[in-house]
Design a binder for this molecule. Structure first.
Ligand code: NFK
Ligand code: ZN
Ligand code: ZN
Length: 206
């Protein structure tokens, strides 16, 4: 079975969170100078493109990216379609069979133009975390820049998900993915101090 790429591309056009560091890549040592190799460097926010949040992002005593067990970033995932809901509540997921899976990915279609940060997007209701954790879910993924609104300062969705030990995967590209159950892999880099990390997120049919 072929892997399907559900990640955003990272380049100077990738829209960062408003005011945050864009992604840049440049060649530090060029072939013409070294005679043997091109060597590059990159820079950018930990929350750019398709990425995982570490609890340290919203809790100064929370776990960093490298503290999160690698097992948490692969497993069976259900892809759920909801067309541009303002807020995703427990009621919208209660009919979905979650017995076979430990991840849930929401396709909301609320960030169609990936060349710009969206004016608004679907967010996660704070009643969802307790329900999903009860069902054995350990990771939630969204096709939006964040699980909370852009202007939120108290980040209720982030905190409720963390309180129930659900990891957060943001900025997924699910436009070509049909509802159903898949195998997910989305591994963050092993950055000791980081509050988040871009991932290469992929799905394959089971
Ligand atoms: N919560 C968002 C990011 C976020 O809120 C943010 C990212 C960069 C700079 C500022 C941010 N938020 C608030 O001031 C996320 O998890 O990606
Ligand atoms: Zn983030
Ligand atoms: Zn986040």
């Amino acid at each position: 079975m072929k892997w399907m790429d559900i990640s955003m591309k990272l380049d100077a056009e990738t829209p960062p969170w408003p005011g945050d560091e864009p992604f840049t890549y440049e060649v530090t040592y060029a072939m013409e100078d070294t005679g043997s190799v091109n060597v590059g460097q990159f820079k950018g926010s930990c929350h750019i493109g398709t990425h995982v949040d570490a609890p340290f992002h919203y809790d100064s005593s929370g776990a960093r990216i490298a503290d999160l067990p690698v097992e948490r970033f692969s497993g069976k995932a259900v892809v759920v379609h909801l067309d541009r809901p303002e807020v995703i509540h427990k009621e919208q997921v209660m009919d979905i069979d979650l017995t076979e899976v430990d991840k849930i990915l929401f396709r909301t279609n609320s960030w169609p133009d990936r060349s710009a940060f969206p004016a608004s997007y679907s967010v996660i209701g704070s009643d969802l975390a307790a329900y999903l954790a009860e069902q054995g879910i350990d990771l939630i993924g969204v096709d939006t820049p964040s699980v909370d609104p852009e202007t939120s300062k108290d980040l209720p969705a982030h905190h409720s998900l963390c309180a129930h030990d659900l990891l957060i995967l943001e900025g997924l590209v699910l436009e070509n993915i049909q509802p159903g159950i898949y195998e997910l892999m989305a591994f963050p880099l092993k950055m000791t101090q980081a509050d988040g990390s871009p991932v290469r997120a992929v799905l394959r049919n089971l």
